[in-house]
Ligand binder design. Structure first.
Ligand SMILES: *Cc1c(COP(=O)(O)O)cnc(C)c1O
Length: 363
């Protein structure tokens, strides 16, 4: 089979080396004569896997000891509920600030309305048809909000915030689902970040939460136990049976990232990959992206063909060449190339070559 480069936004590519290793040890993991899916999550062997995954993630993101790492279920959408349920201490009259940048941050806001009175803070503006996001210093934060929730990478629109938040005495929550591990960040600038695994970590089914210790201590008990930060933490992320295979595979991805040289190296590569594609778009009059350079996502590159009648031929010809899942989300249309860590530079080069060919043929 020819190499396939899968540009899916999630579930997305997993490094080929990781898949090879998982395949090699699938039926006889760790010389136990069974797969890792078939052993107890409470076994010594699995607990070792869980501890190593946490340690490697801590090394990669330089997570200080004052933060806990929780592995749980329910996806990022589960956290849209868990965050207000845990952090508002029964006070339904409290307000929380939701920075509204696109589809996912808006979904978080809608879910929060069940638990509090969120304010929607709009920071998107369009000048001469170019979309940009206001710098953090211009966000119109409410003085008495219980926390600020934002999404540094809007997976569907391809919009990013690279600036890190810095507010005095504010709890900062980030939906990092399609941003986590794509670059190095300073965890101390946040109080809680969460991410579903299926974008830039591993298989769907596991959700990672990095949370400041002192926030766990004041989480409320109205949450369902499986979303209760205190309970999850007290049970070392094993209050209910965890998605063991997804946990194991995520651990392999963390080791792979360390082998690539860690997040500084990954960040350089991600910049290179996305620059290559944005350059191709900007150099042509056939493709277009209308996002301010400072807010362009390195993970999800959204672009349109000037002539949308060619969309289906573009998708078909790309697919026939092994460049798959390029169709944009239906609310935006056009194309979207997701360039998560597992997408090799060669995949982006192939896409760019194909785009040049396609432009010459149909332009
Ligand atoms: C994919 C995604 C979600 C939804 O994740 P689930 O795991 O399906 O709940 C939420 N936020 C962002 C930014 C995403 O990219």
């Amino acid at each position: 089979m020819n190499m396939v480069y899968n540009f899916s936004a999630g579930p997305a590519m997993i490094p080929i080396d990781v898949l090879d290793q998982a395949q090699k040890e699938l039926k006889n993991w760790n010389q136990l004569g069974s797969s890792i899916m078939e052993i107890s999550h409470r076994s010594e062997e699995f607990i070792q896997v869980a501890l190593e995954a946490e340690k490697d993630l801590r090394d990669l993101l330089k997570i200080p000891d004052s933060f806990k790492v929780l592995f749980c279920q329910g996806g990022a959408r589960g956290q849209f509920s868990a965050v207000p349920m845990n952090l508002l201490n029964h006070s339904f009259s409290k307000t929380a600030d939701y920075i509204n940048t696109g589809y996912w941050s808006n979904c978080a806001l809608i879910e929060a309305k069940k638990y509090c009175i969120p304010s929607s803070i709009h920071i998107k503006k369009t000048t001469n048809e170019i979309i940009s996001l206001l710098p953090i210093s211009q966000w119109n934060i409410n003085k008495n909000s219980a926390y600020i929730h934002y999404c540094p990478n809007e997976t569907i629109e391809g919009l990013s915030i690279y600036e890190e938040p810095s507010f005095d005495n504010k709890i900062i929550i980030g939906d990092f689902s399609s941003f986590i591990l794509s670059r190095s960040i300073n965890i101390n600038n946040y109080d809680l970040i969460y991410a579903g695994a299926q974008k830039n970590i591993g298989p769907a089914g596991i959700t990672i939460i990095i949370i400041r210790d002192k926030l766990i201590k004041c989480s409320s008990n109205i949450s369902p136990s499986i979303l209760d930060y205190q309970k999850i933490s007290q049970h070392n992320s094993m209050f209910n049976t965890p998605p063991t295979f997804a946990w194991y595979l995520s651990g392999l991805v963390f080791k792979w990232l360390k082998k690539q040289g860690g997040l500084k190296k990954i960040q350089i590569l991600n910049t290179k990959k996305s620059n290559l594609l944005y350059q191709k778009i900007d150099d042509s009059e056939f493709y277009i992206n209308r996002i301010d350079k400072k807010n362009r996502s390195q993970m999800n590159v959204v672009f349109h063909l000037i002539n949308p009648k060619l969309n289906n031929i573009f998708l078909k010809e790309a697919h026939d060449l092994g460049l798959t899942s390029l169709k944009g989300h239906c609310i935006i249309g056009g194309m979207r190339a997701s360039l998560y860590n597992a997408m090799p530079l060669e995949g982006v080069k192939s896409l760019v070559r194909f785009m040049s060919y396609f432009e010459n043929r149909y332009g």
